[in-house]
Design a protein around this ligand. Structure first.
Ligand code: ACO
Length: 157
């Protein structure tokens, strides 16, 4: 598999990949805005025939309550079903983290995940070192709660 930065030309295929993988979908304007604004943050995985089989969409913001704190956000992560458990999500997440850290003085990376999503929770907690920071009640459109998780870059403050 080839892993490379996401570019605007990839977005139609990425949006399809997102729709296969997750009920949380975003308008094309959001994908495009993210890739143009934070070109170093988002990555995709493609097979030898250039079929996109996974992606991570990320962004970087200053924390609302403290504008000297830089935060990476993982907005969407997905790997097509028949390509799972091959280490692709871990590689995508690690590349995105390293690349965001090269470009911004990040304090932590944050994401939300459904409390029932065992595969993603295991990836974030066991494989990548994220910890649960809070529970966001009824975060999703269907009423499910989210775990808000963080990966602290230089240890918990
Ligand atoms: N069960 C238990 N642990 C798992 C599972 C699983 N199904 N999947 C991954 N893990 C853990 C394991 O520790 C695994 O290491 P191992 O295979 O050596 O045991 C480690 O994570 C790395 O797994 P990867 O192979 O890198 O993960 P994969 O490429 O399969 O992708 C993902 C994981 C993205 C969660 C995939 O299952 C998927 O696309 N699911 C549907 C979409 C989704 O839930 N996305 C995340 C939503 S949250 C968000 O977008 C911010």
């Amino acid at each position: 598999f080839n892993i490379r930065r996401m570019e605007p030309k990839d977005l139609i295929d990425i949006q399809k990949c997102n729709q296969y993988n997750l009920p949380e979908n975003y308008p094309m304007t959001f994908w495009l805005y993210s890739v143009v604004t934070w070109p170093e943050a988002s990555f995709l995985a493609e097979d030898s025939r250039r079929k996109i089989v996974g992606y991570v969409l990320a962004s970087v913001e200053q924390a609302e309550d403290n504008d000297s704190t830089w935060v990476g956000h993982i907005n969407s992560l997905g790997v097509l079903r028949s390509y799972r458990r091959l280490g692709l999500a871990k590689r995508l997440m690690t590349l995105s983290k390293d690349s965001m850290m090269d470009a911004y003085p990040l304090q932590y990376i944050q994401l939300q995940v459904r409390t029932s999503n065992r595969a993603a929770l295991s990836l974030y907690r066991d494989a990548l070192g994220y910890t649960v920071y809070s529970v966001d009640h009824r975060y999703y459109a269907d009423g499910e709660d989210a775990f808000s998780m963080r990966l602290w870059i230089n240890g918990v403050p």
